[in-house]
Design a protein. Structure first.
Length: 276
């Protein structure tokens, strides 16, 4: 029964927030069109794409789509609990047989689980369409499309993309999304400012008082996915290439514990905070 309520709660979030999938599809269409134009311009200029650069357009497409869904996740989390209090729909949803815990977890599932899966599916589809269009253009202009199919590390790119989404966008970003949901449940107005001003103030005070920037570096490392010192093999996505090293990082588990605390706070606030 609880699992069914959770599933329906997630489906409700998707129904009420169509931008979660409309925006990535729009970006995917723009990226596909841009790739087609770039291929045509490259052929008109007589350019030859080297084998070590074949993956660059596909990696760029993945980065753009991941950046898009990350921004969508930020704005979704800030609006998730604040919006229902602002329009007073929280009174209706609290009358339904769904607990505050299930509601908050269903909203947290969007950035932590749904969006990474959606990003992976849209990215793979976009890259495949790019591959088909580029191949068609090359064939119609008398060039060989064989290098695209034989030298492009399609399997490695797909696995690295999935691994990156799971490790970074789901696990490593969990405290970020937890904090945004907590602010969404707490603030009466301007959740965006309440979410970003306190971290900025902490960094400013630390710099002024101690002339250090440990907090800012910690935030930068968290946002970058903890990949400051990582390097990726040629043609592959940036990511954590050693699962054991990633899973044994104290920062990962500390972040997950903090995310759990933030979500627990959001549950409590939703239970006792009334409409705005």
């Amino acid at each position: 029964m609880r699992a069914q309520a959770m599933v329906w709660s997630v489906r409700r979030e998707l129904w009420e927030n169509r931008s979660l999938y409309i925006a990535p599809f729009a970006v995917a269409a723009i990226v596909t069109f841009g790739s087609l134009v770039a291929t045509l311009v490259g052929l008109l200029r007589g350019g030859v794409v080297h084998s070590d650069k074949l993956a660059q357009p596909y990696n760029l497409a993945a980065l753009l789509l991941m950046g898009t869904t990350f921004l969508i996740a930020i704005f979704y989390c800030l609006e998730a609990l604040h919006g229902e209090r602002r329009d007073r729909s929280v009174l209706f949803w609290k009358s339904m047989p769904v607990s505050d815990l299930a509601t908050v977890l269903s909203k947290a599932a969007i950035p932590l689980a749904v969006l990474p899966v959606l990003t992976f599916a849209i990215t793979i589809a976009t890259q495949f369409i790019m591959l088909l269009l580029s191949s068609a253009v090359l064939v119609m202009t008398g060039h060989s499309a064989a290098p695209l199919w034989t030298q492009l590390p399609w399997g490695s790119m797909s696995l690295m993309l999935l691994y990156h989404l799971v490790t970074v966008h789901s696990l490593y970003y969990a405290p970020i999304f937890g904090w945004l949901l907590l602010i969404s449940a707490w603030s009466r107005r301007a959740p965006f400012l309440w979410a970003f001003l306190p971290p900025a103030a902490i960094g400013f005070v630390e710099k002024m008082a101690f002339n250090t920037s440990h907090f800012a570096k910690m935030l930068a490392s968290r946002i970058s996915g903890g990949m400051d010192n990582n390097s990726a093999p040629d043609g592959m996505m940036l990511g954590h290439f050693h699962p054991i090293d990633f899973l044994t990082k104290p920062g990962l588990w500390i972040g997950l514990a903090i995310a759990a605390a933030f979500l627990a706070g959001a549950v409590r606030l939703r239970r006792y905070r009334g409409p705005i």
